[in-house]
Design a protein around this ligand. Sequence first.
Ligand code: SF4
Length: 426
Amino acid sequence: MGMTMTQKILARHAKIDSCAPGDLIEASLDMLLGNDITTPPAIDIFEKNGFGRVFDADRIALVPDHFAPNKDIKSATQCQKMRAFARKQNLKYYYEQGQEGMGVEHVILPENGLIRPGELIIGADSHTCTYGALGAFSTGVGSTDLACAMATGQTWFRVPEAIRVELTGKLGKYCSGKDVILYLIGRIGVDGALYRSLEFTGAGVAELSMADRLTICNMAIECGAKNGIFPVDEATIVYLRDRVEGGYTKAPDWLYPDEDASYASIIQIDLSEIQPQVAFPHLPSNTKAIGTFEKITIDQVVIGSCTNGRIEDMRRAAAVLQGRHVAEGIRAVILPGSQRVYKQSLQEGLLEIFVDAGCVVSAPTCGPCLGGYMGVLAEGERCVSTTNRNFVGRMGHKGSEVYLAGVEIAAASAVLGYIGSPEEIL
Ligand code: SF4
């Protein structure tokens, strides 16, 4: 039987000719990721087991992004531990706050050229699935798996079944990859792709930017998927060309799915039929199209994160906020996803637009996305956020509410003071 993209990557990294859903395999890893929450316990396990040296100091990326720049003594101690480990192990990819290449982990790994099509990546963070946008297999693991993988360069997988998502058409105004994935999760539910691979395909793929694809794969985990993955096309090659060391011109021939690959189900989505989506509390699947619900007043807007903190997102936000001001009583927090995005935003005059509009502009950090800092919500407060989770208490008090949306809806809502569309102000 033929194989899907995911199955081919797993088989190749397990050094076997083929694999099928349900098989248990042990595979070699191309890149490992840890952050300031998940790496310290992994270091403890690594040292407790006497592992000594990491398998390859050039294949581990450690990113202090969740509570960094440090918000308190505990977070400072966690980062200190990670920094000391990176130095001791002479890790090539340890990213210090403020330095070139630093930012939120899932923004910077692709941006820094650390991901290539056909690679196998694990990260001790559930949104590691982001890198499927580049035709790689990537998935989240726990700190114990990270510790063992740092020592051996290998880990085990149960080969997932695949769902084929066929995309046609073209996105309409004020719609982006965020609306595609919210729409999909709204259709299939938060467990609709449980331990399955979401393989995107169809003519609609070419209509999606790399930023759209990164956002879509970022949220694959929000419907339970093991990974999300896009085929490599011209847009992927252009994205990689100047980022990857030595340049990039062609994906491996073996990477494309076989014609007789088997899928657990097929979902068809016409991109032109998607309206801007809002996921109501407290699940990403509680989606409604903009304009189909009563007026909901808000207290805060957050634009950024590993889901929507790229330069394309900053440009979309600025296009809505330029010459406007956030509504009275509304806090708008904007977090460029990396130092590069920050600098590019500065050079393009976007930061000035944000500041003139009355927004807080933060250093690249996860910050408010997980209720860490830089925008924690009080009881009863409502926030429109471009992040990826709206669970109870995700961004602060358990009595607060998070509404997930794309960048333009978030920016327009900041100006309106309620959840609305740019149509109402432009
Ligand atoms: Fe996790 Fe949010 Fe940071 Fe993304 S931005 S890695 S979802 S905490």
